[in-house]
Design a binder for this molecule. Structure first.
Ligand code: SAM
Length: 240
């Protein structure tokens, strides 16, 4: 069996994942750099109506996703890759906030299973069960401090950020070296990228900074470093 990163996505809306066949991720699949499979949770429903949710114990609004369809779906995709570590990613706004360094770490994982919640989320015993199952590592991840209707958009965002870091996926690997969030600063923060310009040299009365036309690489590098710091500082001040 190959060691290329594989992604098993479990959702009640498999059609939501169609964008994974486009652009660089579509090409990465065609080139055999990654393998992606989408699974319909409802195929693992245990009742005749194919429902995967039920009312919450203790009362309250909304419905909760039942653990058994999840258990069956996850066990099935894990069984297809024996002897591999299964990284189970459970999308939830109550999870650890996803960022570039987590993306970097995940780009070395071999088998990722993404569990896309809907309704009020997934019965927490799914998390607890797989935390205690040998061969699994569980990651509860959030893509930000806001609430989406489901985990599909979060899965697409996380996967795109991981897959573009896999060697061979981007045409120019240099382009990820200086990117925003990739460089750590002395105080442990991350740097945002300097602003970019292209032709024409003047657009609607706005000229490209003189230094970028100078051909002096040392000066350009200095200017870019200053701009990156100023930009980072501005965003940090805004967040305070
Ligand atoms: N009741 C949950 C709460 O308050 O924490 C919110 C459930 S949300 C309506 C339904 C699903 O959307 C979640 O189970 C999760 O899979 C996904 N979701 C919503 N917001 C998310 C976020 N910020 N990051 C990752 N997944 C999210």
């Amino acid at each position: 069996m190959s060691n290329k990163p594989t992604f098993d996505l479990i959702t009640i809306f498999p059609e939501y994942m169609a964008p994974l066949n486009l652009s660089l991720i579509g090409k990465a699949q065609e080139k055999g750099l990654v393998e992606i499979a989408v699974h319909d949770l409802r195929q693992h429903a245990t009742n005749v109506h194919h429902s995967v949710d039920d009312t919450p114990y203790g009362g309250g609004a909304g419905m909760v996703m039942m653990p058994e369809p999840w258990g069956k779906a996850i066990d099935q995709v894990a069984a297809q890759r024996p002897g591999t570590i299964h990284d189970l990613i459970i999308l939830t706004p109550a999870g650890r906030r996803f960022n570039q360094s987590i993306a970097q770490e995940m780009s070395s994982y071999e088998h990722m299973i993404f569990a896309c919640g809907r309704y009020e989320g997934i019965d927490i015993r799914v998390t607890e069960h797989y935390q205690n199952t040998p061969g699994f590592r569980v990651h509860e991840l959030s893509i930000g401090d806001y609430v989406l209707n489901g985990g599909e958009v979060a899965t697409l965002a996380i996967m795109e950020s991981i897959i573009r870091l896999i060697p061979g996926v981007l045409g120019n690997p240099e382009s990820i070296v200086e990117e925003s969030h990739s460089i750590t600063t002395a105080d442990g923060g991350v740097l945002l990228e300097y602003p970019s310009y292209t032709k024409p040299a003047e657009w609607r009365g706005l000229p490209v900074p003189e230094v970028l036309l100078s051909g002096n690489h040392a000066l350009i590098e200095k200017w870019r470093a200053e701009q990156a710091s100023a930009r980072t500082q501005k965003v940090q001040n805004h967040l305070k």
